[in-house]
Design a protein around this ligand. Structure first.
Ligand code: DLL
Length: 434
């Protein structure tokens, strides 16, 4: 694979500034952001007052721990625009979550917010090794989802030639990557697997594609999956993280030269890790729930927003900004099976070690009698169909040994597991609601 390391002088100065400079900037911006939220959003004013804290109480970064958390239900309760901090005529963009599990969450951006978003996404794409002259095949969904439009903003800012293909119509994805000579692709890891299958179905070798790097996010994926995708396309694969409430894609991103976790763009987003049970702030290095406070956002400031994503904070490497480890999963996606906590990423890791099985999978939870049962739905490769039963037994044994739970493995023929066109649905929960 080609060395895509960006030159030092192409980086924003703040990416490699000293920790003291970064902290000083964060403190200034944090003071502004708390004040802005308190003065302009009733929810923050009420919750700060109820907790007996005021923006003036913050004199150091660690004082942030005194302030109350914001959670998704706060956003839903103020649907649609109750958390906006600017007059409506200053809002230039509105995005929203799909709302499949309740009231959609609505977020807004001013012109300055869109500019900052473009900056952090451009930084992320540059960290992945892209530069002006590259053709970016952007297969994240365009629409209310922040993936497509967010990446597009940053690609424009960096000076790439963007192909705004969005998700779906997989045959055409392959054709346009080839015909337009895409050198970068932005896509969910699960949908990239469908694109790889389609290459093979068309009799093409994905390793011969023009792609040099893929920038994958919007859902958890493992380092084992990274190796699988890098090998299939003969390209680099890096991780990009973000969430609509905090901005969208580009809150944190991995550097192609190190691939050692995602640098958080700390001049715009202040991270904390908390114990999800007690809310206590944990020291860097410890695993817990990621919490973000926006430092520059005007339309939709978030103060101590609980992401539900589990990870840990690590010191900077390729950049001075701190890293977050690859996300293990969302606390909502943690399955408790007969007392053992299991994340879909743990199953993914084991699946990747069984050579005869394709990387697609889904977990089905059933109640059998009084017991919960997990079925892992997988499929064979076209040339390993006869080895399916044996491969299924091997996967069950590895999951038992490494993850510590007994699962049933259902091995289907190639194409038997539902394909994703965006975020994969990893868990199908058929258990009766309690
Ligand atoms: O998924 C934004 C995004 C788009 C990120 C494209 C990266 C690329 P939401 O739809 O609001 O926004 O979903 C946010 O997705 O809280 C995580 O649980 C999960 N997530 C996002 N990126 C990653 C990642 C977009 N790299 C939620 N690894 C977040 C693991 C991720 N989980």
């Amino acid at each position: 694979m080609e060395d895509l390391t960006p030159s030092k002088d192409s980086l924003d100065a703040i990416e490699i500034a000293s920790r003291d400079e970064i902290s000083a900037l964060q403190l200034d911006r944090l003071k502004w952001s708390l004040r802005h939220a308190y003065d302009n959003v009733a929810h923050y004013r009420d919750s700060f007052d109820a907790a007996g804290v005021h923006p003036d109480d913050l004199t150091s970064l660690s004082d942030l721990a005194k302030f109350p958390f914001a959670v998704k239900s706060d956003l839903r309760a103020t649907y649609p625009f109750g958390m906006f901090a600017v007059p409506r005529d200053q809002v230039r963009r509105i995005h929203a979550s799909s709302g499949t599990t309740g009231q959609p969450t609505v977020v807004g951006y001013t012109a300055n917010d869109l500019d900052s978003w473009g900056t952090v996404v451009a930084r992320s794409l540059r960290a992945a090794g892209l530069k002006p002259g590259d053709v970016l095949h952007n297969a994240y969904g365009y629409g209310l989802f922040t993936g497509g439009m967010g990446i597009h903003l940053g690609a424009d800012k960096l000076g790439l030639a963007t192909v705004p293909i969005s998700g779906g119509m997989t045959q055409r994805q392959v054709r346009l990557i080839e015909d337009f000579g895409a050198t970068g692709i932005t896509v969910t890891p699960s949908y990239s697997l469908s694109i790889i299958d389609e290459y093979v179905a068309q009799g093409l070798d994905p390793r011969k594609s023009p792609l040099k790097v893929g920038i994958f996010g919007a859902e958890p994926w493992t380092n084992a999956m990274r190796l699988e995708i890098e090998d299939a396309f003969d390209m680099h694969a890096v991780d990009i993280y973000g969430l609509s409430e905090v901005m969208g894609p580009g809150v944190a991103s991995e550097c192609v030269e190190t691939k050692d976790g995602l640098h958080i763009w700390e001049d715009h987003f202040y991270p904390e890790i908390i114990d999800p049970e007690t809310g206590e702030v944990l020291p860097d290095g410890e695993l817990g729930e990621l919490v973000f406070t926006s430092l520059t956002k005007e339309a939709f400031p978030v103060i101590r927003y609980r992401t539900r994503d589990l990870t840990r904070l690590l010191p900077g490497t390729a950049r001075t900004m701190r890293r977050m480890e690859k996300v293990t999963g969302r606390s909502d996606d943690m399955i408790i099976l007969r007392g053992v906590n299991v994340f879909p990423t743990q199953i993914e890791e084991q699946l990747m070690t069984v050579r005869e099985l394709a990387p697609h999978f889904q977990l089905e939870l059933n109640r059998v009698g009084h017991k919960d049962e997990m079925r892992v739905k997988v499929e064979t490769l076209p040339d390993t169909v006869e080895l399916g039963d044996q491969a299924g037994r091997e996967l069950a044994a590895r999951v038992k040994q490494v993850v510590g739970v007994s699962v049933k493995v259902d091995v289907a023929a190639p194409g038997g597991v539902e394909r994703s066109q965006g975020k994969a649905v990893r868990i199908v929960d058929n258990r009766p609601k309690e």
